[in-house]
Design a protein around this ligand. Sequence first.
Ligand SMILES: [Mg+2]
Length: 441
Amino acid sequence: MANVRDRSAELTPAILLVDMDSFFASVEVLDNPALSGKPVLVGGDGKRGVVASANYEARRFGIHSAMPMANALRRCPDAVCVPGNMARYAEVSSQVHEIFASVTPIIEPLALDEAFLDVSGSIRLLGSPLEIGHAIRLRIKQELALDCGIGVASSKQVAKLASRSAKPRIERDRVVPGPGVFVVLDEDVRSYLNPMPVRALFGVGPTTATKLSKLGIETVADLADLDPSMLERHVGGSVAHLIVDLANGRDTRPVEAGVKNRSIGHEETFTHDSYDLADLDQRLIRQAHAVANALRSSGQEGATVTVKIKLANFEQHTRSVTLEEGLDDPQAIYEVASGLLATHDIGGGVRLLGISLSALRPRGGPKQLHLRLDDPTVADPLVTQEDRGALLDALDEIKRRFGKEAVGTANLLSADGVISPGQRDIAFGAKDLTPPKEADD
Ligand SMILES: [Mg+2]
């Protein structure tokens, strides 16, 4: 950096996206130094467990968050699996936020470990956005012994992407350190975005990406020079304008301080109290689909899954987990919710059941592939996340055309044989949570 002039103070506004590196897993290592240097996975190790966080030692094996735990452990049998402690992560998160708050009051949290900061008003006092970024990293390292990657740009879209460029990356099976803070000046936005696949843009989901691909549009560069009116009849007018703007780096969404975490949920009060976990589980599947549809039609995903129950005696209980990645997939939402439901004591009868997703964020940011079809160690040939995304988009399309009843996945059928006993295993935090007292299996 010594011979590169720091021009980050020219950015207007100056937006930082700070994203903690493998946050949950790093906190676990911090709290238990014996884990240092070992591959660490946070998540339930039950049959339906999901990886909520993996440290870089584990990522060397191709493991990452939202991957089924069983697969992760097949890739790396020596990995240490810990159940996770959300209260502890929230505590560390608030310490991180205190550091943010010492820099600027304009903070928009995206998740426990991620936030946008508008530092435009802090430059005169604290230095350039690049210097502020390095100072934040240093304080987080010195005071909390944790790492983060920081993207700096004049828009949220580019700051978010730049934070990924700031981070360590896996090359072959080695961890290559990143620059820590990565600045994209306005004049460099086009050349920075150009080689990226269109999927990297907010607002380009798998359906849109497929349509664009059919038109020969694969990269942001292909998209940036198009006249949006040429795209309107393929992807719709508003999407056409949005994505061409984003491809050109035009994104005027401000950092919104004090935005409350909104949520999208679905709940039902039953005509008769339910005492049957399998029955509740069936309702949960339908609710997961309803919530996923609502998320997808609003172009969002949610990182926090909450299950709420009200007992026959009107006592109300909620349980939540937060994943590092946002979910909009009904099966994934269901699996996490089912794990949470299994931790409730339903012996007294349940009169209300609901799922909600919060920590909402725009859907369609870059995602890593979760599973490989060609992995011979994977017993069940599972589809990749992207394939699954394409499938879900196809289902959405069919429902739009033929009505909501036209299609459903097999587990929406209520035949008893469809649900496997394993579906009641706890999806996340198995060791941390009390098993159901009235389990009938
Ligand atoms: Mg993170």
